[in-house]
Design a protein around this ligand. Structure first.
Ligand code: GBH
Length: 469
């Protein structure tokens, strides 16, 4: 059965500044925490950095031309904070602003709406030197930065997104140390959670103060779809605990102006939450038009008895469970056919997530702001293809189809889903995994910067053109 999407459904592709731009030393940009992290031995799998990435800083006209060919209506990109505010003294870097003005203008001329993420993980190093997200001041600085963006770029942006995936920034950045800045301290990770929440609230306030109530403001979360292994009381308690730490800690203050007190109870061994000041929960609770949801895979959990306590030191478990020590949650190894990231494929999880969110927050628009999969691609020579090359990526095509169908299922059960963004437009710098994992629907040859179409891009173009699947 063919399903036709609403006429204004927003099809797009997504990237992030550090992952695609390159040009790290150009036009007055100063280092961010990822520049520093990439110099630490062993921090990034292939020893690489965002140094050249996809060179989108220079090649954005070519990439916009690709998006025109794809037919997408929107591009979700992020702005590099250290290009705009390169030092601790509050200097505003005009060269950085000019660059993004040109890029946003080019997008709009191509009929592509810019969806701009204020912060997708490239925190200026000078802020990390003063405590980074573990410090309250960083949230205030984000508000200053968002104010500058709204003032300088406000008329060019379709949708503002304050933050991308604070879960990753806090728990991977300050908890297990897998991401920059590489801190391992769960007390700091929870402080980072709160300061990121606060940054969202203050950032949204700053943008609205500049642009008025019409400003279209959102935030992007990677909510965990936790599935209890059995229906037992204990396994359901484990799921509930996992939901609290991964999801409620963001949703509660953002949409209800409060942290569930159970969160304080569950995290007692790590912190007393004294970093939450009077009025913070209301500061975080700002009106937003939409919530962006990034979805890749699901997480299966069960109750962990004391005998499994040793599992907490296992690296892959640490990655999957934000609160490993003294915890009742055991994360099960992913099952079924795994992607090159080792993640499971469970599109039904996306349907569940969207449906439950819409039931809980009926007035809120939802956007699938990232969805995609990494595979070990190979280039095939094919004279008829543009450039004489193509990547046949049937698994990415199947993943794409299944997840777009999962969105359809959610729409049909009443979820308010307004758009879908493929992660990613291009292969790019996959954080701690460097260039070893490829998420693009278009391949990047990192030696030549050539862009090579994949079957998944052709498939996405078809879905967008038909506005149907
Ligand atoms: C996103 O993060 C980022 O926004 C983006 O920059 C990044 O390139 C992209 O996704 C691809 O990684 O180990 O099986 O339990 C992804 C967030 C959080 C998704 C952890 C997978 C664990 C899966 N990820 N989650 S598992």
């Amino acid at each position: 059965m063919t399903y036709t999407f609403p006429h204004d459904f927003m099809w797009g592709t997504a990237t992030a500044s550090y992952q695609v731009e390159g040009a790290l030393h150009e036009d007055g940009r100063t280092p961010c925490i990822w520049d520093t992290f990439c110099t630490l031995p062993g921090a990034v799998a292939d020893g690489s950095s965002g140094q050249s990435a996809c060179d989108q800083y220079h090649r954005y006209p070519e990439d916009i031309a690709l998006m025109r060919e794809l037919g997408v209506k929107a591009y979700r990109l992020s702005i590099a904070w250290p290009r705009i505010m390169p030092d601790a003294g509050g200097t505003i870097n005009q060269l950085g602003i000019d660059h993004y003005r040109r890029e946003l203008d080019a997008l709009r001329e191509a009929g592509i709406m810019p969806v701009v993420t204020v912060y997708h993980w490239d925190l200026p190093q000078y802020l990390e030197d003063h405590g980074g997200w573990a410090s309250r001041d960083t949230a205030l600085r984000l508000a200053d930065y968002a104010d500058v963006l709204a003032r300088e770029l406000g008329d060019r942006v379709g949708i503002w997104t304050t933050l991308n995936e604070p879960w990753c920034c806090a728990y991977l950045g300050y908890g297990n140390g897998e991401h920059a800045p590489g801190v391992r301290d769960y007390g700091k990770a929870l402080a980072a959670v709160h300061h990121l929440n606060l940054a969202h609230g203050l950032g949204a306030q700053a943008i609205r103060a500049r642009l008025g109530d019409d400003a279209n403001i959102s935030s992007v979360l990677n909510l965990s779809v936790n599935v209890a292994e059995t229906d037992s009381e204990a396994d359901r308690a484990a799921k509930r605990r996992a939901d609290l730490i991964a999801n409620e800690v963001f949703l509660g203050p953002m949409f209800e102006g409060r942290y569930d007190p159970e969160i304080f109870e569950a995290t007692k061994p790590y912190t007393d939450w004294s970093f939450v000041h009077d009025g913070d929960e209301e500061r975080i609770h700002q009106p937003v038009q939409s919530l962006g949801v990034n979805f890749y895979s699901t997480t299966h959990v069960r109750h962990r008895g004391p005998e499994a306590a040793g599992a907490a030191t296992d690296a892959s478990r640490l990655r999957r469970n934000p609160m490993p020590a003294q915890d009742i949650v055991e994360v099960l190894p992913p099952a079924g056919e795994l992607t090159a990231m080792g993640w499971n494929q469970e599109p039904r999880g996306l349907t569940t997530l969207l449906t439950e969110l819409s039931e809980r927050f009926p007035g809120l628009d939802l956007i699938v702001s990232e969805n995609g999969s990494a595979w070990d691609d190979e280039v095939t020579l094919e004279p008829d293809a543009p450039g004489g090359k193509i990547v046949h990526d049937p698994k990415r095509v199947a993943y794409l189809d299944a997840h777009v169908r999962a969105v359809v299922d959610a729409l049909q059960s009443g979820a308010k889903v307004k758009g879908y963004f493929a992660w990613s437009l291009l292969d790019n710098f996959e954080w701690a995994l460097g260039y070893s994992k490829r998420f693009g629907i278009i391949r990047v040859d990192y030696d030549t910067q050539e862009r090579i179409w994949k079957d998944s891009a052709l498939r996405f173009r078809q879905i967008v053109a038909d506005n149907a699947i």
